[in-house]
Design a protein around this ligand. Structure first.
Ligand code: PLP
Length: 811
């Protein structure tokens, strides 16, 4: 991209408040964390329900960003940078992208539908890349924000675009159409489900097909409902399993073989997959190849080589305390940029290494490409670059810290495990390089059981609770007990980005671990032990002070260490009777704190004992009023203005009128609400997964497991699964009370759960050794397990053993 500000002002109808209209713009950003923000960046300050890009502007100015598209100029910043003031920054980003798109004139494929969009896009990229320089949406960037960002990646060398568009309600597709302007349309599967956001299936279809209003051809599976709604002026190229009038008629000759009737002789197509969705997605790709006039032999060969698409960047534990970011299935310039941003957000160490293969399809001449890559690596402060492939080895050989290998095999042969220690490693390679072998080598060896943590779901849940808060209410998030079992550092890092105000941990060592991992925001320690006070001070952790004795001990220490105004948090016991000052301690508390400059009361709080039980609402209100009264007394007698807070998750949900100055969010962040209604708004965060170790068939009269608890009454197929009560699976979930999910079907747990294993009944489920087993996640939710066995979700989440590997991912 090479534009100057002057070109952009009229496009987005901005009011210009700046000094230099000739400033060049060579990239666009909406993410303040990206290390790629620099003086050529045009930053769009987007405003969401819970996120305001304007807040990050001072930081960005400090980093050298000069140009900002804003809704308003934040306080004190006028004159400090160039501002393009508009009414709606998202709308401007879209307008800008639409303008940028019109600078290019080459075929653009636009893909939409209810499912399969990303797979079809990735597969087309694979199928067509031998002949074209393709620009495509990275990952599944298909939203109102993702589409403009994808389009802005186009450069002069591209000669084919593939972009996906996803919408959730009426009115959105027109905007995406104006940006993508597809010349070739693909409608993938249109689900029969009546989605939220649309009144009817017909309305959903009508909205989606707006993407094709200016297309020169539309590829779709023939269907009377769609035909009725389609504008007759749009030329179509249709396929069908049933309707012989479709342009391409297809019959299934075997589960993995199709017969394709198109123009002359029908021909057979061997498929690498058998499931319905993959077959339909393969046909969408076939249609494009036919439309482009590819030869049958080439079509057959390329389609047979289609592969499963991994769309997520995964964070995994590596050997020697390394962290791996696994992006081993793609290597192009656009996705390298995204992966480097991801690395910056998720790194757990100062030291960063990248293992990178040759890069394909950038559209740039090689020299220019690698010069750009080198700049990217420098900006991202990558200490060590391991390049695998002949091209990258040639062009980056002078890059500081560069280590070259001709191919993956050479790397594997010369691999020295000891050279990887305490660092975050991004592994990014084109498919043909088979970097999954490198991932296997660098991955910490543990058993196959993993707890997958969905970081998008965490953000979603945080935003849900934020939407219940007044704008002025601060938020503390509890990450005690290893983030309710989900992992504390990764979550803390995400929360820091979302600008939550405080983190809460139970013990000092949890806080110290967060500090060591680079978390700088304020952290409260809820159960400070006297022995840990010195360490807490050293790491700037803020204690909860819950009794006169603790207060005096801490003040004595603060005095010895010459501290002044060290932040403390006063806990009042309004009825929980766990920790906290009681009414008769208040005068003592006030007199000790009066004229005391060693410590400063940052907040005063209390904890509700039954905010989730409607039958105790009177008691809860009484706690709240007691808290109000006692804290007012402290505030007025000490003449201070601390943050006051009392609500936990269910408090936020059930007693939103009593937010005071801050709330403390816990379990809700992790996707657990206390009733069906609340759960509807939350996304599932953790999925505990493992695999089938062995399957067996047992006969009537035979038994399974310890104490012969399960007796077969008929021939029964069983599977043994490597997870047991030592991993945190409650033993009471066994003996057919509980179940696991295999291939989307329930498999009841039979017999007693063992220490490291359990057995399930898989009669009637088509599965085999090595297949994935879901212990909990979307189904069963932890709430269901907890209810069945008579405990609470908190206990289940926090009991998952540390030997279960946590994997974090973002969609
Ligand atoms: C754990 C905890 C919370 C959070 O409770 P949830 O029910 O998980 O929201 C809030 N405050 C204190 C003092 C806690 O210990």
């Amino acid at each position: 991209m090479s534009l100057i500000i002057k070109n952009i002002i009229p496009v987005i109808h901005a009011k210009w408040l700046g000094t230099d209209e000739t400033c060049p713009v060579d990239n666009v950003s909406i993410d303040s964390r990206s290390l790629q923000n620099n003086n050529g960046t045009l930053f769009f300050a987007l405003v969401g329900h819970n996120h305001d890009g304007h807040h990050y502007i001072p930081n960005l100015i400090a980093k050298g960003v000069q140009n900002f598209v804003v809704n308003h100029i934040p306080d004190m910043l006028e004159g400090k940078a160039n501002f393009l003031v508009v009414n709606d920054t998202l709308h401007s980003l879209q307008k800008f992208a639409a303008y940028y798109r019109m600078q290019f004139d080459f075929p653009v494929i636009g893909v939409t539908g209810s499912s399969g969009k990303t797979i079809v896009k990735e597969w087309l990229n694979f199928l067509l890349s031998p002949e074209y320089n393709i620009i495509r949406s990275p990952k599944s960037y298909n939203s109102q924000v993702g589409v403009p960002l994808s389009i802005i990646g186009i450069n002069e060398k591209h000669n084919l675009g593939i972009f996906e568009a996803g919408i959730s309600t009426v009115g959105e597709m027109d905007k995406l159409e104006a940006i993508i302007k597809p010349t070739i349309g693909i409608l993938t599967n249109i689900g029969a489900a009546h989605d939220e956001g649309f009144e009817s299936v017909a309305q959903k279809i009508s909205e989606k097909i707006k993407l094709f209003q200016n297309a020169k051809i539309l590829i779709y599976q023939k269907n009377p409902l769609i035909d009725d709604l389609l504008d007759k002026n749009i030329p179509t190229f249709s396929w069908s399993f049933e309707d012989r009038t479709a342009d391409v008629f297809i019959t299934k000759t075997a589960p993995d073989e199709l017969e394709v009737h198109y123009r002359q002789q029908p021909f057979l197509l061997q498929l690498p997959f058998q499931d319905k969705a993959s077959v339909e997605n393969t046909i969408s790709c076939l249609m494009v190849l036919l439309h482009f006039g590819y030869d049958k032999a080439v079509i057959k060969e390329r389609l047979y080589n289609l592969y499963p698409v991994e769309m997520r960047l995964q964070v995994k534990n590596g050997i020697h305390n390394c962290t791996l970011i696994d992006d081993s299935y793609s290597s192009d310039y656009q996705s390298l940029k995204i992966a480097l941003d991801f690395l910056e957000q998720h790194k757990t160490h100062q030291q960063k290494t990248i293992i990178l293969s040759d890069i394909f399809q950038s559209g740039f001449p090689v020299e220019e490409l690698y010069a750009k890559v080198a700049r990217l690596l420098t900006n991202n402060k990558i200490e060590r670059v391991i390049g695998i492939g002949e091209t990258i080895s040639r062009y980056l050989k002078d890059f500081p810290g560069f280590i070259a290998f001709k191919n993956t095999h050479d790397f594997l042969v010369q691999y020295n495990a000891a050279s990887f220690q305490n660092e975050t490693i991004l592994i990014k390679g084109a498919r043909t390089f088979h970097f999954e072998e490198i991932v296997t080598l660098l991955e910490e060896k543990t058993h196959e059981t993993v707890l997958e943590i969905n970081l998008n779901a965490i953000s979603h849940n945080l935003n849900f609770y934020k939407s219940k808060l007044k704008p002025s209410t601060k938020i503390m998030v509890m990450v005690k007990a290893f983030g309710y079992g989900s992992g504390s550092f990764e979550i803390a890092k995400l929360l820091a980005h979302h600008k939550v105000d405080y983190l809460g941990v139970a013990f000092a060592d949890e806080g110290i671990a967060l500090r060591n991992a680079g978390i700088e925001m304020p952290i409260i320690v809820m159960n400070p032990e006297n022995s840990a006070f010195s360490a807490m001070i050293a790491y700037h952790l803020e204690p909860e002070i819950y009794s006169p004795t603790v207060l005096k001990t801490f003040i004595t220490l603060a005095q010895q260490k010459n501290l002044s105004n060290y932040p403390i948090h006063i806990k009042l016991d309004t009825g929980m009777h766990r920790l906290g000052f009681e009414e008769n301690n208040l005068d003592d508390l006030i007199s000790v704190l009066k004229n005391n400059n060693f410590v400063s009361v940052k907040s005063i709080f209390s904890h509700l004992s039954a905010s989730d039980g409607p039958e105790f609402n009177d008691f809860t209100l009484q706690q709240i009023h007691t808290f109000d009264r006692w804290s007012q007394k402290i505030v007025s007698e000490l003449n201070i203005t601390p943050i006051r807070h009392i609500l936990n998750t269910s408090g936020i949900y059930n007693f939103p009128d009593y937010q005071f100055d801050m709330v403390r969010l816990g379990i809700g962040l992790y996707g657990v609400g206390n009733d069906e209604e609340e759960m509807k708004h939350l996304e599932n965060v953790g999925t505990l997964k493992t695999v089938i170790l062995q399957t067996k068939e047992i006969q009537a009269g035979e038994s399974v497991g310890y104490s012969r608890k399960f007796m077969a009454t008929q021939t029964t197929k069983t599977a043994t699964i490597p997870i047991g009560y030592a991993d945190g699976i409650p033993r009471s979930w066994g003996n057919q009370k509980g179940y696991v999910m295999i291939k989307n079907q329930k498999a009841p747990i039979i017999g007693n759960i063992c220490m490291d294993m359990l057995m399930v009944d898989i009669t009637g489920i088509d599965c085999k050794e090595g297949d994935t087993v879901i212990i909990f996640g979307q189904q069963p939710r932890v709430t269901e397990i907890a209810k069945t066995i008579g405990t609470i979700p908190y206990e289940i989440l926090t009991s998952i053993s540390h030997r279960v590997k946590r994997i974090f991912f973002k969609e």
